[in-house]
Design a protein around this ligand. Structure first.
Ligand SMILES: [Zn+2]
Length: 288
């Protein structure tokens, strides 16, 4: 399902090739309420709700949208599901071999049906001891893990996965080293984050100083967060440098997977006018 890319040139050629289809299809889909397509998670034709509530100007974000009425997963959720499933198959990952750094999401619900024993967690902050479970209203007991200080022993998992976390972690290089540490040899890290394919260097939008204060270098950008009504600050706009940093963290391979399949609900985020904010359905995979 996914095509894997190593560099901006090859991805740019792919993006240019699909551009006429992308513009025409997304203008059309973005104006619909529902879209009928093939869900690779449900393995059947399902109605997909186009709008999730996330907007890019006056256009619905199709990265967060196209919610399948069968499994509940968005475009991005189904992309993660496919990439995680592929790596779990490759590694014959059994119960307890997958760490998903989310727990109160539709992706966790769907994956835990197929992969019983997967460990899911959320970042609950200092009020809950690392590695322990605390009550989260409406969700029962939820395990607390910080991606920069995981409570697990080295080489605990075959697959580690997280969705749109890294842009919110100021010390994301430490997060990458932690993911590497808890993976077995040949284990896989699979994740999404907003990826700015026109950038090489990641843009530091805000910074945490030594005394803990936050300094903004750009207009503060907050993303929706199920655990925080005010949203969560994005410290970074990540670019291709992130793949170099995965290799610097120790991973032997770091690649970017893309699929563009309108009928299966894998389209871009529908960014107005394309350009800098345009994100194809991209998932990042690194192997130890
Ligand atoms: Zn589905």
């Amino acid at each position: 399902m996914l095509t894997w890319f190593d560099d901006a040139t090859a991805l740019g050629e792919f993006a240019a090739r699909i551009e006429p289809l992308r513009v025409a299809a997304e203008d059309r889909i973005g104006a619909l309420e529902h879209f009928e397509g093939y869900c690779w998670v449900c393995n059947g034709i399902r109605r997909m709700l186009v709008r999730s509530g996330a907007m890019l100007g006056d256009r619905p974000s199709l990265r967060e949208g196209l919610l399948c009425e069968g499994c509940g997963l968005s475009n991005r959720g189904r992309l993660m599901h496919g990439a995680i499933r592929d790596e779990c198959r490759r590694l014959a990952a059994g119960p307890g071999a997958l760490l998903l750094l989310e727990r109160i999401s539709p992706l966790h619900a769907v994956l835990s049906r197929d992969l019983p024993g997967l460990i899911g967690s959320e970042y609950l902050g200092d009020a809950c001891a690392p590695g322990s479970e605390c009550d989260v209203r409406g969700h029962g007991k939820v395990r607390n893990e910080s991606i920069t200080a995981l409570s697990f022993a080295d080489a605990s998992f075959k697959v580690v996965a997280h969705s749109d976390v890294l842009e919110h972690v100021f010390d994301y290089r430490r997060a990458l080293r932690e993911c590497y540490r808890v993976l077995v040899a040949d284990g896989s890290l699979v994740f999404t984050c907003p990826f700015f394919a026109q950038r090489h260097e990641s843009l530091m939008r805000a910074e945490v100083l030594a005394d803990g204060r936050i300094v903004h270098h750009e207009t503060p950008e907050y993303h929706g967060d199920p655990l925080n009504a005010e949203g969560i600050l994005a410290f970074w706009h990540h670019g291709w440098q992130l793949l170099d940093e995965l290799r610097a963290a120790g991973f032997r391979e770091a690649r970017l997977g893309v699929t563009y399949d309108v009928y299966a609900g894998f389209v871009s985020n529908n960014y107005p006018g394309g350009g800098y904010g345009l994100m194809l359905p991209i998932v990042i995979r690194a192997r130890k």
